[in-house]
Design a protein around this ligand. Sequence first.
Ligand code: MV4
Length: 460
Amino acid sequence: MELFKKVLIANRGEIAVRVIHACKELGIKTVAVYSDVEKEALHVRLADEAVCIGPANSAQSYLNIPGILSAAEITDSEAVHPGYGFLSENPHFAEACATSGITFIGPTPENIRVGGDKAKARQMMKRRGITVVPGSDGPVISEELAMKVAKRIGFPVIVKASAGGGGRGMRIVNEESGLEQAFYMAQREALAAFGNGELYVEQYIPEIRHIEVQIAADSKGNTVHFGERDCSIQRRHQKLIEEAPSPVSTEKFRKKIGELAVRAAKAIKYRNIGTVEFIVDMEGNIYFMEMNTRIQVEHPVTEMVSGIDLVKEQIKLAAGSLIEYKQHQIKFYGHAIECRINAEDPERFIPNPGKITFLSLPGGPGVRVDTSVYSGWTVPSYYDSLIAKVIVHGRNREEAISRMKRALDEFIIEGIKTTIPFHKKVFSQSDFVNGEFNTGFVDKINGSGQSGSTRNEDKQ
Ligand code: MV4
């Protein structure tokens, strides 16, 4: 299979560096793009070429479709890798690439549209017999209809935006009297955030684990999964720690959720790599939640337990390669955990950009750090605050935990505040060590204070 000669990376930060690693191993030349404040960024230094695409403000640089396409054209790039966030889930961008004769390294524009329309995705899965949480059949077009659905399924319910993401346009409603206000508030928030006020309704399940499955599909529809990730440790819809396998997983559970994910991907004729998100309740019931049509921040934990380089797979699939292995040939070994290190105050999670005066990264057996920062780099205030991902791998969860504790201790960073102290606190909690947690864990150990950022770096 002839791969691309040159790929443009339409992103920044650690994911841009991660994509460069994959391109280099595949013998593909790389083009970085950067904004005015990132001339000295690591992704710019590591790429073969670099093009400035505009001012610091991402609306005029990393989100600037004509600017990025021009950069691809002047550098003769055959393909564009969108990373996560920014333009990665913009169907217009995927379409514009195709129109310009440039391969978008990702799913089809139609896949992206379905993934971005949660009510539609939910309806499509339900019709294919994939269990979804009881709720509306597609969108609810009025408050009266929402009430009818809520009375049928019973309170509490959760009203969600079809275009939702990062927890915006979502309201939990405990009783009939609260529905009207919740409906209009969710609608207004969704309209402001996404330009689309469409809503749907589901039964609210209070204690859940967020478990997702990595999948890959080739141009002929051969579809496989790479197991699950548990992303239950999150705060305000911002994932903080992810692991593979899930502490609640067994071989039987993985087979079940994996097969569900493959069915979900096939139901929407999905192409390239993607993630099927599920919620799992305390009884172990699995419900389809949504489809993520990009490479995700937490992909490394899957790479560590499967031995597969997902970014290389993504590039090869976009070039037309077929998946030549069978599901049973994908083997899993050991346990991997990722801590997202953000340039934020570790108590209140308020962004804390600035100059890194000293940096020494952890290493040694079973430790991987995906980052784009270095001693002397100034973390800009314009973008999300993720500065590094510490990923550990061990023969089992216990070994992975001791490696993470060591790696967090050895991570020396001066000049800016980071969330490392928060992670150290989590790894000292017996409920975490015992794998006994759900999405309420962070509020339980930190108190559910009302301050701090609610941004989600996956959905910039
Ligand atoms: C839910 C849920 C409970 N029941 N849906 C959060 C983000 C989005 N991807 C889906 N989310 C949830 N959907 C049903 N039917 C719980 C969450 C959820 C959550 C909800 C409110 C406050 C914090 C939360 C943290 C994680 C997940």
